[in-house]
Design a protein around this ligand. Structure first.
Ligand code: NAP
Length: 264
């Protein structure tokens, strides 16, 4: 599978399994665990989670799914902004490690910009990295102005591109596309279905293949169903011709100018 290079030199796969909404309900837990395990069996090389998801419940499912595996997937997790002080970030990371039963989170992100001072969060990230508890770090849901602040505060970013920032392509760092299916809503759009029929894939596979066709873009569709976990992985085999890419641009026109960042 293709990957993007992170500042530490580590390779981050371009495709992974999302886990938002997992770990919230005891009734759905067995299905969610089964879907994550099945995804790993099929070869999903990465899992995206966060301390927020199910208030730790999603990380526990991830921990259970990867327990005893010879090779574990690349793990991305995120710290809540209200925990993102110097000491709070370190403590939150340690709780996440414990829930997942691992010694290192491969990529650790500030979930969104909140009240904590970014200097403190970054200092904690550096400490965690020096202690081997995280591989790389970055941010999430940062708009352009937040990114500029982050670049000013973390000298390493401008000097040596040491930090992964998730929402900028300007700095040639990977962009992680979340909610790639628009939480399912995109799949009901008739033009997507029509083009998917032409390509010979499903609408979800087409939406994911469009993202994967862009260099430096990583995506993490979530599903708690075996069938859809498998379907989504199939997007890696869908090759899009320049004509299909142009048809997609016509059906879903890109924004004409600068837009405020959408956030879920
Ligand atoms: P998504 O992946 O776009 O869509 C997930 C929804 O689509 C689920 O309801 C899922 O239902 C359904 N679905 C999945 N595959 C499908 C298919 N092939 N056909 C039909 N329906 C399908 O949305 P998301 O969960 O918001 O985003 C993905 C991941 O990105 C999250 O899980 C999370 O890890 C991450 N994320 C991060 C942030 C952030 O702030 N950093 C924000 C949002 C998301 P089933 O489970 O029933 O299949």
């Amino acid at each position: 599978m293709r990957s993007c290079k992170l500042p530490s030199g580590a390779a981050m796969p371009v495709f992974g399994l999302g886990t938002w909404r997992m770990g919230e309900s005891a009734r759905q837990r067995a299905d969610e665990l089964d879907a994550v395990r099945y995804g790993l069996e099929l070869g999903y090389p990465m899992i995206d989670t966060a301390e927020m998801y199910g208030e730790g419940g999603a990380e526990e499912i991830v921990g259970e799914a990867i327990a005893g595996l010879g090779t574990r997937p690349f793990i991305v997790s995120k710290v809540y902004p209200h925990n993102a002080t110097r000491a709070g970030t370190i403590a939150a990371c340690e709780r996440s490690l414990k829930r997942m039963g691992i010694e290192r989170i491969d990529l650790y992100l500030l979930h969104w910009r909140g009240g904590a001072r970014l200097e403190e969060t970054f200092e904690a990230f550096h400490r965690l990295r020096a202690a081997g508890k995280i591989g790389d770090f970055g941010v999430s849901n940062f708009d352009r102005d937040d990114m500029e602040d982050a670049a000013r505060l973390d000298k390493g970013l401008t000097a040596s591109n040491q930090v992964l920032y998730c929402l900028s392509r300007k700095r040639s760092i990977p962009l992680m596309a979340y909610s790639p299916l628009d939480q399912g809503g995109l799949l009901r759009k008739p033009p997507l279905k029509k083009l998917a029929d032409e390509v010979g894939c499903t609408p979800a596979q087409l939406a994911l293949a469009w993202l994967l066709a862009q260099p430096g873009v990583v995506t993490i569709p979530k599903s708690a169903s075996r069938e859809r976990v498998k379907e989504n992985l199939g997007a890696l085999d869908v090759k899009l011709s320049p004509k299909v890419l142009a048809d997609l641009d016509r059906a879903f026109p890109p924004p004409k100018g600068k837009q405020p960042l959408d956030m879920l």
